[in-house]
Design a protein around this ligand. Structure first.
Ligand SMILES: [Zn+2]
Ligand SMILES: [Zn+2]
Length: 680
């Protein structure tokens, strides 16, 4: 008996897990991601002919393609089981075109690689959804048009090898704009006053602290030391009397289970994983990890989703676990239901454990440490999302001293609820909040007089906005409607690899190159560089996916105005290649100003009088080359694989490293399955 059917997925790890579920009647093969793509050496789009794309088999996939063709001959049924989204649908569609002639071809989709989900999907195979495919094609072609038109322009005006992209450049702009705000920021001085107070009776030795809130019933503002001194003196003349005591119960509800962006943010804040690492580890958990008996098991649902929906089975399993381990008080009377944001793909689910009863501890020994950490985070977030709210009691006390009003508050946990499992830790920026917490307020009565121990004025300055981290940039991209679950991680990797942005101690800084490129692009392509425009474009892609608009219309509307901008920019964009970027440095030979230019391998200083004066020098980091017996210094270089550091004594010294010691973290390679923007 020959095999019944062939199943094609995109990765070997996924094929292994599915193979085990389907048994010996099926042969499960992997396509290694996309098998066809636009050609690399040219635009590959026939604009005159309705934007017809020219697809070719990717060089590196030819071997797999030949193998697939051979295997397919032995059967008459093919199941295409790539991931359940645009990219997966397009992979399946291309596979069908390449291999499907004379065969029965079905598409099967599932959000989790478990026996129940996979078997159910195979009982309900369906045709390929051409709307999803067209949304992918439109996205691919848009990115190709933008990437293959803007990049050569930048090569001519700045230096070879640069790239620009439809979404990546808008993301760089966010980082550049933020940096400009930080540079322009002027800190504002302000003061506050803290009073240390104590009950009048002698036994009470502890004091508590209250902060000045109002003067004469109005919010106050004290801007300098002189004013604060007179205020402090004036406050001291008064008696401190308790004027108001308020106790309030505060409910804190659990957070929804993870979407892609929320998982990326939480994993960055709690586990310190850069977003592309989170996605790499999540993919391993989704595709399958070998547990007991070497059986490959998918541990979490599909990791690219913007839905917070939970399946009925998963909800019941969570209820069972919560009731068994924590008891009735921790499970709500009606299951918690969360609302996804407006355009979420409701066909999908949230990111959750495939089997809620599989606790992190029960699989710990089979997981790599990073896999364990992320699984634990996903598991706890999901289980806690199904639990009861936490209840706090907040005590607020107001104390009057003449016209001065002081206030203090203390918080007590009445019932921990979901926080027993998933304590809410706020981002590092909210660190200040925590410091107000530990003051214990003694029992007080209205009208009670207090002893003033000390008045402590303190000086503060307003702070500039914080630089973006991976987490806050993903949050901003999502809020502005730029990018989708599949693109947040590749956007960040791309802008770092392209050397437009540097990640230093977790925060994103623009490079000089990033600054100059954004300046040029904003000036000549104002519309494309607007967040709103990019968000609209993403919405139109969603409309294609839902069959509301025709994909070629979207391309047509975009193409003509964009190309006329390109033509104008070819004429009018200033040439950094000639003009460079001004610096204060003086030429050693002729005394004229030096300017920064970008060469093949990175930036350097050139005399502004070039070509009359040919003096040029490299811009080193000032850090000595660590190679033994080398007198050189480290210098920043660019390469296709991202920025790196080399030695000024190259080619005599071949030292290179990805980052300066303890300074920069650069991304690892991006995943193939994620849509990367197109640059030649
Ligand atoms: Zn000179
Ligand atoms: Zn060296």
């Amino acid at each position: 008996m020959s095999k019944k059917a062939i199943v094609i997925v995109e990765s070997p790890a996924k094929s292994k897990t599915i193979n085990k579920i389907l048994g010996p009647d099926y042969v499960v093969l992997s396509s290694m991601g996309h098998i066809v793509d636009l050609p690399k050496n040219k635009m590959g789009i026939d604009v005159e002919n309705d934007f017809k794309p020219e697809y070719i088999v990717i060089q590196a996939r030819r071997k797999y393609m030949a193998q697939l063709k051979k295997e397919v001959k032995k059967v008459d049924t093919i199941y295409l089981a790539a991931d359940p989204d645009r990219e997966g649908e397009a992979i399946s569609w291309h596979l069908k075109k390449q291999l499907g002639k004379g065969k029965k071809v079905f598409r099967v989709t599932f959000d989790e690689i478990t026996e129940t989900a996979v078997k159910k999907a195979f009982k309900n195979p369906h045709p390929i959804d051409i709307n999803l495919v067209n949304a992918q094609q439109a996205r691919r072609i848009l990115d190709r048009i933008v990437g293959y038109s803007l990049s050569p322009l930048l090569w001519k005006k700045v230096t070879r090898g640069l790239s620009a992209g439809r979404v990546q450049s808008v993301a760089v702009r966010l980082v550049v704009d933020r940096e400009a705000k930080i540079k322009k920021f002027v800190p504002d001085e302000y003061w506050d006053i803290e009073a240390h107070l104590k009950k009048k009776n002698k036994e009470e030795r502890r004091f508590f602290s209250a902060k000045l809130e109002k003067i004469n019933k109005k919010d106050f503002e004290i801007k300098n030391e002189k004013d604060i001194e007179s205020t402090v003196e004036d406050i001291k003349k008064n008696e401190f009397v308790v004027s108001k005591i308020k106790e309030a119960k505060k409910k804190r509800s659990p957070q929804a289970p993870f979407t892609t962006s929320k998982m990326q943010q939480d994993s960055f804040n709690k586990l310190h994983f850069p977003v592309n690492k989170t996605m790499r580890v999540a993919q391993q958990l989704y595709e399958g990890v070998e547990l007991e008996g070497k059986e490959s098991v998918g541990l979490i649902t599909y990791m690219r989703t913007d839905s917070v929906k939970v399946s009925h089975d998963a909800q019941e399993a969570a209820a069972k676990h919560i009731l068994k381990v924590y008891g009735k008080k921790y499970y709500p009377q009606k299951p918690n239901v969360y609302k996804s944001k407006k355009r979420a793909q409701e066909a999908h689910e949230c990111i959750r454990p495939t089997l809620p009863l599989r606790t992190p501890e029960s699989v710990r020994e089979f997981l790599e440490p990073d896999q364990f950490k992320l699984y634990e985070l996903v598991w706890k977030r999901f289980i806690s999302s199904q639990m009861t709210p936490a209840l706090h009691s907040v005590n607020t006390v107001e104390i009057e001293a003449g016209i001065y009003l002081f206030r203090t508050s203390g918080t007590k946990v009445v019932f921990d609820g979901f926080m027993v499992l998933y304590p809410v830790i706020t981002a590092p920026e909210a660190e200040d909040e925590k410091r107000q917490m530990p003051w214990k307020i003694p029992m007080l009565e209205i009208g009670e007089r207090l002893n003033l121990m000390k008045l402590i004025p303190s000086q503060h300055f307003t702070k500039p906005p914080a630089r973006y981290s991976d987490a806050t940039l993903v949050k901003a991209l999502e809020e502005k409607g730029i990018g989708r679950p599949s693109t947040y991680a590749p956007i960040i990797s791309t802008i770092i690899i392209r050397h437009y942005v540097k990640r230093i101690r977790g925060y994103l800084h623009p490079t000089e190159l990033g600054d100059i490129i954004i300046e040029l692009l904003v000036k000549h392509f104002p519309k494309i560089m607007e967040s709103n425009f990019t968000a609209e474009m993403e919405n139109e892609l969603d409309d294609i996916e839902e069959g509301k608009i025709e994909w070629r219309m979207v391309l047509k509307n975009f193409y003509a105005p964009f190309m006329s901008r390109i033509d104008a920019a070819k004429e009018n964009m200033k040439s950094i290649k000639k003009e460079g970027v001004k610096t204060d440095e003086i030429c050693d030979l002729c005394g004229k100003h030096m300017i920064i230019k970008w060469g093949r391998r990175g930036k350097f200083l050139s005399c502004s009088d070039f070509p009359r004066c040919k003096f040029a020098k490299s811009i080193t980091t000032g850090i000595k080359c660590p190679a033994p017996d080398c007198e050189g210094e480290l210098i920043e270089r660019r390469s296709k694989r991202g920025p790196f550091y080399g030695c000024t004594k190259y080619p005599n010294c071949k030292y290179t490293s990805r980052g300066l010691p303890k300074q920069e973290e650069n991304p690892e390679e991006t995943k193939k399955e994620e849509p990367k923007e197109d640059t030649p």
